[in-house]
Design a protein around this ligand. Structure first.
Ligand code: NA7
Length: 577
């Protein structure tokens, strides 16, 4: 149901029509109240009163809707800016877009029936397959009637006298919701760097996270791509196969692990279904939310040859499990260097041209201290005649010209520029909305020096608002679906507690959020992650963004225990009334 047709239904209803189409939110007993202060020129929108308003229809928003509606009997509505469900997987349609988590771990586990019904075809799911999965979930659980597509939340203002949020969409629709739950994703606000001259460029340009649905034909084109993070590394080999020439503009060289991607055998699919409980247990009790365990051994306790044999086997197997081979890769510099050296040697072995290999292997940070990509033929792509690597450390971009990209060294003529330049991560999507809490304080004001939350779940001064995978939660440091399920389950249990006890307001305290921010910082400082000063975990990729380490690096398993303990201790750190 589009936002427009939905608004039409509401207008009809408030005009006195008894017509109700199937799927109208009235099914759940929403009340329609006339808008209190309509001026003559404003459209006759009504304020729709519901229990909970969820922002975003990706993995988080859809599961949250299901829980509130089916477990708590709440009236809930999801607002989704896209014209379809899927969140990240609706927008990121660039060539080669694929998840780096293995498919049997990149799914919901809350429904045994769903686990048994759905078959993934490949080791790492491609974007179209994940999108099909999420659409399947939307249909299977009849979520669509409560999802408003093409509807962007503009503002949300908390009314302390009623304990309700007044939410206004870009189209002017208004909702009064007891609870506001953001499910906007951690990587959903595209970062297009402000490079002088972009508006003068005569060719086409795209950001990977806002890719045209009809695709882009690179045939015969001179393409330039900026960015060698996970996205660039996935897209580069595919674009290189199609383009006349591809120029890669690299600012920071990156480690990448081979994916060793392959179709899944019938035996593996069967195994994953039969061992679903075990897999879920592994994912939710370990550090990173993946379906494998980190070994107990240290990289430094083995002689070089034996250690390299382990790395070699992991390299051949492919994927993130490489970093699980030793327990100390992310906490000990010397241990980390053994992995870093192994990968850099691999790069030099794969890439034929020694100068190009040097630029690719000149990596300035510890392995996995920035999010390590997983690739198919990434380094091999630099052996193609139609691919050039530009080292932006040596010759930075000066400006974009009408014809292409001008570095301090020369001008590169281009027909297309692809920005694989990442996201205003974790806070961007939240701060793009006008969210105003107690005492008319906006989220922007409260977070001016960086995000502050309690458990990544709530912000002090913003009662009855929850942030799924918000800053301060493990989120981007782990495989997201189990982290999302944990958050949604916790929020659902919390709201059930409130329902059962007739409680109306929940808010975290400044003390609790200060305490948690300390925990987030300490957890990061205990790892090598905090050593990288130019990582997006710190907000360093967006000029002017406060440098605060945002995700919680203590691990999903430990974090889950903390959240459960908080709930058991009568929601310690929250004031509930
Ligand atoms: P990332 O990991 O933030 O990578 C962005 C890349 O773009 C990275 O190589 C950046 O270099 C580069 N970049 C960003 N801005 C510029 C400018 N102004 N000039 C040159 N190069 C620039 O984003 P991805 O989309 O690849 O991956 C994000 C997550 O999505 C990933 O971790 C997965 O969880 C899925 P830098 O390293 O900052 O020097």
């Amino acid at each position: 149901m589009s936002g427009l047709s939905h608004r039409l239904q509401i207008a009809l209803y408030t005009d006195g029509s008894s017509a109700r189409t199937p799927g109208s939110d009235l099914r759940y007993g929403c009340q329609m109240n006339p808008t209190p202060h309509l001026s003559k020129n404003e459209p006759a929108h009504s304020v729709q009163t519901i229990d909970a308003l969820i922002v975003g229809a990706g993995f988080s928003g859809m599961y949250q809707l299901l829980c509130l509606r089916d477990k708590l009997g709440m009236t809930a509505k999801v607002l989704e800016a896209g014209s379809g469900v899927g969140g990240t997987w609706f927008w990121n349609r660039y060539p080669g877009a694929r998840c780096d988590s293995e498919s049997h771990s990149y799914m919901y586990y809350f429904s045994k029936e769903l686990v048994h019904e759905w078959d993934w075809s490949e080791r790492y799911p491609q974007q179209p397959e994940i999108l099909r999965y999420l659409n399947y979930v939307a249909d299977k659980f009849s979520l669509r009637p409560d999802i408003e597509l093409n509807t962007r939340m503009d503002s949300a203002h908390f009314d302390a006298s009623t304990n309700r949020w007044l939410v206004t969409t870009a189209g002017g629709q208004q909702y009064s919701a007891h609870f506001l739950i953001t499910a906007v994703g951690c990587l959903s606000s595209a970062n297009v760097p402000k490079i002088e001259g972009l508006s003068e460029f005569k060719g086409d340009w795209y950001h990977t996270a806002e890719w045209p649905h009809e695709g882009v034909d690179f045939t015969g084109k001179r393409v330039g791509i900026i960015g060698t993070g996970s996205t660039g590394i996935q897209a580069i080999p595919i674009i290189a196969e199609q383009a006349a020439h591809l120029t890669v503009f690299q600012r920071t060289a990156n480690y990448s692990l081979p994916a060793r991607h392959h179709p899944l055998s019938a035996e593996f699919k069967q195994y994953a279904k039969e061992h679903a409980d075990e897999i879920y247990e592994t994912m939710t009790t370990n550090t990173n939310g993946h379906a494998f365990k980190i070994t107990d051994r240290s990289a430094l306790e083995l002689p070089e040859q034996a250690r390299n044999a382990i790395y070699e086997a992991a390299w051949q197997k492919g994927g993130f499990q490489f970093r699980a081979e030793f327990r100390d890769l992310l906490i000990d510099s010397a241990a980390n260097k053994t992995a870093a050296d192994f990968i850099c040697n691999k790069i030099r072995g794969i890439v034929h041209d020694p100068k190009t290999a040097d630029v690719l292997a000149d990596i300035d940070h510890p392995f996995a201290a920035k999010r390590p990509p997983v690739d198919s033929n990434y380094f091999e792509t630099y052996n193609r005649d139609n691919v050039t690597l530009v080292d932006l450390r040596e010759s930075p971009i000066e400006r974009i010209t009408a014809q292409g990209i001008q570095t301090t060294d020369r001008e590169y003529g281009l027909d297309v520029i692809v920005f694989a330049t990442g996201f205003d991560a974790m806070t961007g999507a939240l701060l793009n909305m006008d969210i105003t809490g107690l005492d008319h304080q906006t989220l922007k004001e409260v977070w001016h020096a960086g995000p502050k939350t309690y458990l990544g779940l709530q912000v002090p001064g913003f009662p009855n608002m929850f942030t799924i995978t918000g800053p301060g939660s493990p989120s981007v440091l782990c495989n997201l679906p189990p982290a999302i399920e944990q958050h949604v389950n916790w929020i659902t249990d919390c709201l059930r507690h409130m329902q059962e006890n007739g409680l109306k307001r929940i808010q975290t305290t400044h003390e609790a959020s200060e305490y948690w921010q300390g925990q987030v910082t300490d957890a990061a400082n205990a790892t090598l992650l905090a050593e990288v000063k130019h990582s997006w975990y710190l907000g360093a990729n967006v000029p002017g963004k406060p440098r605060v380490f945002m995700p919680y690096a203590g691990g999903l398993g430990a974090y889950t225990v903390i959240c459960d303990q908080v709930a058991k201790n009568n929601y310690q750190g929250f004031e509930i009334s």
